[in-house]
Design a binder for this molecule. Structure first.
Ligand code: PEP
Length: 256
């Protein structure tokens, strides 16, 4: 099966709404329309920018998908500081990152919370980008697969095959995020293949074939083509390099 590539820009806590508008406009000049016929691109600004970016994307008819970096699993209530998936859906958000390692490590998100969020995001008609990945210590201890596959199993618990087929998994080795270190394409491919096998074991062949798996961790224009050429890597979750429209536009055009 040919899976449509998805390149996602995670802006993290960078760019206020003025800067965000400029960045997305610049990106639209740099990415040819034809590229967007074969590649999905999502932009994940901070919450305070989402409404502005929605307006720009919709009024200027840009073919970028609006994304968010995180949300709560509840619809509403006494959760000071949190954002409801219903509010994101109302802004026409398409993709929501869930379980990013920074959320897990700094804010204590567990696999069970990730599982509830995945369900809530899908219940509101949006697509979760569910992150998984190992620390350097876990990698050196030979625990990469047990850590990552455990996150997958708990994160996807209770989802139907169709729901799993339509979501996105992002494999992001924690030691490669924001460090300039990238997993070799062989290593990244091996873990992404193991993730697909796990999905096959939990579901069936068609679901494993359909689910899109991104690699994330210091992706740049210089390594995107090589990473994207791997058979089980269907996209990239890009942090730092997505803040620079020139660099991100080159990553989006990994194929040319
Ligand atoms: C990320 O934010 O998910 C990420 C992979 O960051 P970077 O590309 O900067 O390593």
């Amino acid at each position: 099966m040919t899976r449509r590539p998805l390149i996602s820009g995670n802006w993290k806590m960078n760019l206020n709404h003025y800067e965000a508008i400029q960045t997305v406009q610049k990106l639209s000049y740099l990415v040819p329309k034809e590229t967007l016929e074969t590649v999905d691109v999502s932009i994940h600004p901070p919450f305070t920018d989402i409404r502005s970016i929605q307006t720009v994307i919709e009024s200027e008819d840009f073919d970028f998908h609006l994304g968010a970096q995180h949300c709560h699993w509840e619809e509403s209530g006494a959760f000071t500081g949190e954002v409801s998936p219903a509010f994101l859906a109302k802004l026409n958000v398409v993709y929501v990152i869930v379980g990013h390692s920074e959320r897990r490590e700094i804010f204590g998100e567990t696999d069970e919370m990730v599982n509830r969020k995945v369900a809530a995001i899908q219940a509101h008609g949006m697509v979760p980008i569910m992150c998984c990945g190992e620390t350097l210590a876990e990698r050196e201890a030979g625990e990469t697969e047990s850590k990552v596959l455990g996150q997958i199993e708990t994160g996807l618990a209770g989802r139907t095959n169709d729901q799993i087929a339509s979501l996105v998994i992002a494999y992001e080795p924690i030691w490669a995020i924001g460090t300039g270190k990238t997993a070799t394409s062989d290593d990244a491919q091996a873990v992404c293949a193991a993730i697909r096998s796990k999905v096959r074991e939990l579901t069936d062949e068609a679901t494993a074939d359909a689910v899109r798996i991104q690699y994330g961790g210091s992706v740049k224009a210089a390594n995107a083509t090589e990473l994207m050429s791997q058979s089980d890597i269907d996209g990239a979750l890009v942090g730092g390099a997505s803040l620079d429209p020139d660099e991100f536009a080159k990553i989006v055009q990994f194929d040319t």
